[in-house]
Design a protein around this ligand. Sequence first.
Ligand code: LM2
Ligand code: CA
Length: 500
Amino acid sequence: MLRFVVLLAGLALTLAFKNPHYSGDRTTMVHLFEWKWDDIADECERFLGPNGFGGIQISPPNENLIIRAHNRPWWERYQPMSYRLITRSGNEQQFTNMVRRCNNVGVRIYVDAIINHMTGTWSENVGTAGSTATFGQWSYPAVPYGWNDFNWPNCVIQGSDYANNAERVRNCELSGLKDLNQGTEHVRTMIVNYMNHLIDLGVAGFRIDAAKHMWPGDLRIIYERLRNLNTNHGFPAGARPYIYQEVIDLGGEAVTKHEYTPLAAVTEFKFGMELSRAFQRGNQLRWLVNWGPQWGLMDSEDSLTFIDNHDNQRGHGAGGNILTHRQPKEYKAAIAFMLAHPYGEPQLMSSYSFTDTEAGPPMNSNQDIISPSINSDGTCGNGWVCEHRWRQIFQMVQFRNVAGNTGLNDWWDNGSNQIAFCRGGQAFIAFNNDLWDLSQTLQTCLPAGQYCDIISGSRSGNGCTGKVVTVGNDGRAHISVGANEYDMMLAIHVGTQSRI
Ligand code: LM2
Ligand code: CA
């Protein structure tokens, strides 16, 4: 009996920070990169809530160094000046209002937490909340942090350290960013206070930026000191924050993702890399029959999954050849596979367009962020891409919600790049990445009836603007996806967006 209790307690601990605590049957979050808090609140109410999105990763909400020398690049937000909640995205009141309005419509907020480091050394030294720092003295009075709160002697991580020197990866500076020592009580307290403040305001969890560069033992202590989620925002009593740690591990490094999975979830960079390769015909889709740990991916419950993120979509961080919105046909297919397959906890990217990989978000002559506009067809303007508003993408979010906890069944492939599978008796998807047409009678696992393909169109009134699929009493239907069609997949499910 005692052994059983100890076992259960151990299990509860390892799963503690791995539940996103989505509302209802929601399953998917989107990274609204560089959005303003007021715009996010609007987006929750007018789009994300009604379309079944589970949550949003927001850009870092804490004060950052203003870097005019580079025309306010996006990466200035990865240089913290303090934990005051004032940035170009908005102030604390706007932040509080956003979290409230999003939680009210069932959409959770996850904060990108920059706790490994502070700023680099610059000639400008004013933050977005007006705080100043003295870089030469490692002095950040607005926190406050001083000399004793950083790792000494100071050193900068070299490329070669990643292969064999975990100590330098953790205790030296990541591109010259002053490296906090999470082993000290004061640093832990400042970080825990920051994160607990956000929990009190109603956030559901955190992305831990640069987790690879911090010691797992220190992180564990910080996580354990976090409060439970705020029950006034609809979270159940005793709920622990969802934590996904950013560890880029494509193999061959001194630090591995497996050092972090005992603590909380981890970003699975291999996921987007392999799917990007497959959907660009660098690998046959039929091999995806084993998609999951057999590909070297982490266990499903440990894994935050995505195709591209804000770094690798612009060639920062590691891993090349990632699909992005710039290759829409292949990208939508990779996203559709991610959302259709039961593996992992998926995250979508929502971008602004750029040619310069350093460029910050759309901004006016005051360098204030310009809000996205919404076109009559639901897409975004003013320089915002809003992949999450692409029909093929947001309708696949609904597909995943409808598929729920069902497993994968009735896999079919043609021996190369045409595949199809079911999720229980709830949902069916087919992909054609061959150079010839897919035209087959396939098992869809759905109840007999007529379904509207959510990729080529959508339900409108009692009709359908895309392909109509007729499922017979045996669950089979004729499926066709031409090689030269606009999209390479077809998806149907028993939910209201598809069943006619
Ligand atoms: C991350 N994960 O571990 C973020 O996902 C990534 O976007 C951040 O880098 C990084 N860690 C630090 O939080 C970005 C960007 C870097 C940029 C840093 C800091 O990719 O290029 O570095 O933010 O703003 C910049 C300059 C670099 C300079 C450094 C220090 O590009 O040349 O190094 O600031 O001032 C001397
Ligand atoms: Ca460090």
